[in-house]
Write a protein that binds this ligand. Structure first.
Ligand SMILES: [Zn+2]
Length: 181
């Protein structure tokens, strides 16, 4: 079986570990309306944990158009193993799934394509609503390098906030993004 990301759907038990302030979301798409904000990031020994919030007024779930943009920029996404109610891969739900779940898979895709990630790395992610009415969710992913994981989270949020236009191109063509931008 070829190595590919393994995504578990079960939410881990909440653990109020030490919380670190989140880096601000990238602002390299000034004309775009933000969809999602990363409010807080915790780097645990085994996983990155992010509190994310879907922007007020923004759709809580993906749609076919967003899924297609994501698929075009991240061709591996549909093939991610994903525990969901519709099928064995992310393809089964990616056109109608909570936006933070798409963020989770984008983070994993970005980590896998990062040249600092070992070739056979496998990452596991989970996404759970903490308060769906308020658009608040927790996204967690395992990582092999915390810097790579933080970079992937930042790029994934930027991709969603730019609806897959500018940031997709950056993500594909540029592996050395300045850490603070
Ligand atoms: Zn999934």
């Amino acid at each position: 079986m070829t190595p590919r990301p393994r995504i578990a759907g079960e939410a881990p038990p909440p653990r109020p570990d030490a919380l670190a302030p989140a880096p601000p979301a990238p602002a390299d798409a000034p004309a775009a309306r933000p969809r999602i904000a990363v409010e807080r990031v915790t780097v645990r020994p085994d996983r990155l944990s992010a509190l994310v919030r879907v922007a007020p007024g923004a759709p809580r779930r993906t749609d076919a158009a967003l899924a297609e943009r994501a698929r075009a920029a991240f061709p591996d996404l549909p093939h991610h193993t994903c525990v969901n109610e519709a099928g064995p891969t992310f393809a089964a739900v990616m056109a109608d799934t909570p936006l933070p779940h798409l963020l989770e898979h984008l983070v994993i895709s970005l980590m896998l394509r990062d040249e600092a990630t070992p070739a056979c790395a496998a990452h596991v992610g989970t996404t759970e609503w903490l308060n769906e009415d308020e658009g608040l969710a927790r996204v967690e992913v395992t990582y092999t390098d915390d810097i790579v994981a933080l970079r992937a989270l930042r790029r994934a949020a930027a991709f969603l906030n730019d609806e897959g236009r500018e940031c997709a191109r950056h993500a594909i063509s540029t592996h050395h993004i300045r850490p603070d931008r």
